[in-house]
Design a protein around this ligand. Structure first.
Ligand code: OFO
Length: 175
């Protein structure tokens, strides 16, 4: 059983994760329009992961006798200034999500809600990984610089991340 305040806070987090899923889906579509297949695939994968994050919370709320609410999603931007700007926005959004998770952790301590605290551990680890991935992508983007073939090389880098993640997924499904 969770408190009404915790239920409302977790439902807010559902909104944030759902918005991330739609924002990243929009980014995938825009990347595709730019001919950046690696970026499109990368953002599509991120979008699916965010939907998973949303569903985990959804199931958790109901499991602990709360009421998970299907969120209304505001329209994400349809276009982005540049691939660099888009990736910066992903990083900023991930930082926002991390802060929101930390706020829920604070509430867990206030309410002595160790069940939700334990549930959130997975999100804390996930956010650390996501932020590290985005920082590493942004570092690469900086190294690539502004040359004429910039988009080609950024796309190639993102494709490398796709390959690594596909490898990890295959290893996990074999385990
Ligand atoms: Fe679920 O916010 Fe990113 O990982």
């Amino acid at each position: 059983m969770i408190s009404k305040k915790m239920e409302a806070t977790l439902n807010k987090q559902i909104e944030l994760e759902a918005y991330a899923s739609f924002l990243y889906l929009s980014m995938a579509s825009w990347s595709d329009q730019q001919g950046m297949d690696g970026a499109a695939k990368f953002m599509l994968r991120q979008s699916s992961e965010e939907r998973e994050h949303m569903l985990r919370i959804f199931h958790y709320i109901n499991e602990v006798d709360g009421h998970a609410i299907t969120p209304a999603i505001k329209q994400p931007p349809k276009t982005f200034k540049s691939i660099n700007a888009m990736l910066e926005e992903v990083y900023a959004h991930e930082q926002k999500v991390t802060k929101a998770i930390h706020k829920i952790v604070e509430l867990c301590y206030k309410e002595d809600d160790y069940t939700t605290l334990n549930f959130l551990q997975w999100y804390i680890d996930e956010q650390r990984e996501e932020e590290a991935t985005m920082r590493s992508i942004l570092d690469k983007v900086k190294l690539i610089g502004e040359g004429g073939q910039k988009l080609y090389y950024i796309d190639l880098e993102l494709e490398k991340f796709n390959t690594v993640e596909e490898g990890q997924e295959a290893a996990e499904s074999d385990a």
